[in-house]
Every structure is written in structure tokens, then in C-alpha cells.
Design a protein around this ligand. Sequence first.
Ligand SMILES: O=c1[nH]cnc2c1ncn2[C@@H]1O[C@H](CO)[C@@H](O)[C@H]1O
Ligand SMILES: [Zn+2]
Length: 343
Amino acid sequence: MLRPETIAQMPKVELHCHLDGSLSLSCIKTLAKNAKINLNLTDEEILEKAQAPENTRNLLEYLARFDFVLPLLQSYTNLELAAYDVARQAALDNIRYIEIRFAPEQHLLQNLTLEEAVEAVVAGLSRAEEDFDIIANALICGLRQSTLEKLEKLPPIFDHINDSHLVGFDLAGDELNYPQQKFSGLLAQVNTRNVHITLHAGECPHCEQNIVDSVNMGATRIGHGIMSKNIPDYQEILISKKIVLEMAPSSNFQTKSVTRIEDYPFKQLYDKGVHVTLNTDNRTVSNTTLQKEYGKISTWYPDFGIEDFEQINHYAIDGAFIDAVEKEALHFKFNDEYKKISD
Ligand SMILES: O=c1[nH]cnc2c1ncn2[C@@H]1O[C@H](CO)[C@@H](O)[C@H]1O
Ligand SMILES: [Zn+2]
């Protein structure tokens, strides 16, 4: 088992982090003030509302926790501050490259356009890049439970926003009731634009089919994908296509995708050669940091050593939505820094 100080030293990549689920307490209070919303809550009460409780029963109850922060994220200023805040927290986790995702359609209650919402997030990430040793990019999420009419407004955003920080597309939300098949037309519109795709899939019991459907629709990464456990055919597909799984242990237990450590497939999949990675999913809703997620993995699998953590970071770099030159630079940096930690 690794010491927390060792984990803290390790440079990290995070591919799966939701903006709205990851706001720090101080940021939430600032956003409320800016939005002239009187929360009238103690710090403990704010956290109680923003975090998913122990007894969360499923993904839908987990997702209900986002209702608390969304009213605070309706202006350019607040979205910019929020993006900066999440990238700042990531830098504290010694993350050198992060992709932060959000659903623009949830931020239009006060007259922002979809494009303005994206511009605000990108501006906050750019500002964080100036202040911290981090590269921070943005992904746009569509929500599965949304109407197709609303979802079809998302692919054209990639025509209108010409900023290198906007790097990919995701589908999040209610996977229990909205299977991947429904979105083949939408994803075709994303694919024609050559936009990188990662999709939440196989996060809940009985959702395994979405994993292969997502790969067939152009996803090179899968959000969670834990239901590929015990399905060798699916694992073969993931391995042969080098699909990256963005796993998030705390979140996966909270949504009750798994309930026992023995059933968590991280090590099983890693040992088989699936390109697994570690992520927070939602720092606030899941009350976590990437440091804590690495700590859990190190406790559950004491043999999972520094070289294994380095390996999953190289998997993450390979799967990142950046060009080959940027990947090369990150691989080089990580090789060098992990070598120093191991010495
Ligand atoms: O683990 C998850 N699975 C599916 N959807 C999620 C998860 N975490 C967050 N969101 C959804 O993504 C939206 C945009 O960030 C959030 O508002 C939430 O509804
Ligand atoms: Zn997620």
C-alpha cells in the first residue's frame, strides 16, 4: 500500500470530472453571492445538500444532487469562476492534464446562449492554466433525458466555437431509461465534425449493451463502463480497440453500480489489459479528490504499485483528446517524474 505522501507526489491525468458536481464550498458561496441567492445555510448544510448521502439508492438519486448548484451556474461570470475553481482543485491533486465536462443546456436560465456558456467555461480554464501548472480542456455533455431537439443544437457548437480548449463530446444523465441506441443520429452529427467522443455507458446494472453500442457509435473512451465486468467478449473489444475506461470508484459505489469491493472490476480489467483510468467524476457530490481515489485503489489492491499508477496515467494520456505532439510531451514528463518518485 502506498503512503499518502507518495500518492500526492505522483503527477496525474484526469479525464472524467463534471464541472457542476465539483465546486468547492468557498466557490459555491461566492457564486451564490454573485447570483444574489441567499442560501441561508451553514457550511455543513451546504455540503449536506451538495453531496450524495451514503444511502443514495441509484444513479437517479445521485443525479438529483445536482439540482442544488445549477441555479448558481447561470451567468458568464459564475461559469468562468466555477471552471477556474475546479481546475484549481485539480492542480492541488497534482493533476497536470484534466478534461472538465458540463452540459451547456443546463446553464441557459438567465439568457446565456449555448455558445456563451461554453465560452465562459473555456475562459475560466484558460485563466487557471496561467496560474497553475495544468492543462485544462472542456467537454460538452448532452443529457440523455433531454429532447432530441435540444440535443441536436449541441453538435453545431463545435462549428461556432473556435477554441483549442473545447475538445470533445459526451452523453451523461439517465442511462437507466435512455439507452445508447436512441442517440445514433445525434452521434453521427458529432462524428461528421471529427469531434472526439467519450460516452457514459455501462455505469448501471443492466446497461452493459450501451458499452458496445457506444464504441460502435464512435466513442474512443467510455465513462465508467464497469458493467463490462465478467463479459469477456466486451473486454476483448475494449482491449483490441484500446478503448479507455474512465472509472471513478467513489461514484461507482454511491450510485450502487457495485456494493462490494470484491465486485469492483478495476483490477480484473487492468490485469486483462483493458485501459482503465482513475477519475473523481464529481469532487463535491462524491466528496472526493483524485488523491482519495488513488488512496482507495491502493488500499483495496495493496499490490497495485507506483508503476501501475504510472501505467494508468499513460493510458489516460493516450486517451486524452489532444494531438500527438501534446501526448508525447506528457508521456515524457510523466516518465521522468515517476522515475524520480520510484528512485
Ligand atoms: O456519473 C454520472 N453519470 C451520469 N451522469 C452524470 C454523472 N455525473 C454527473 N452527471 C450529469 O452530468 C451533468 C453535466 O455535468 C450533471 O448535471 C449530471 O446530471
Ligand atoms: Zn460522469
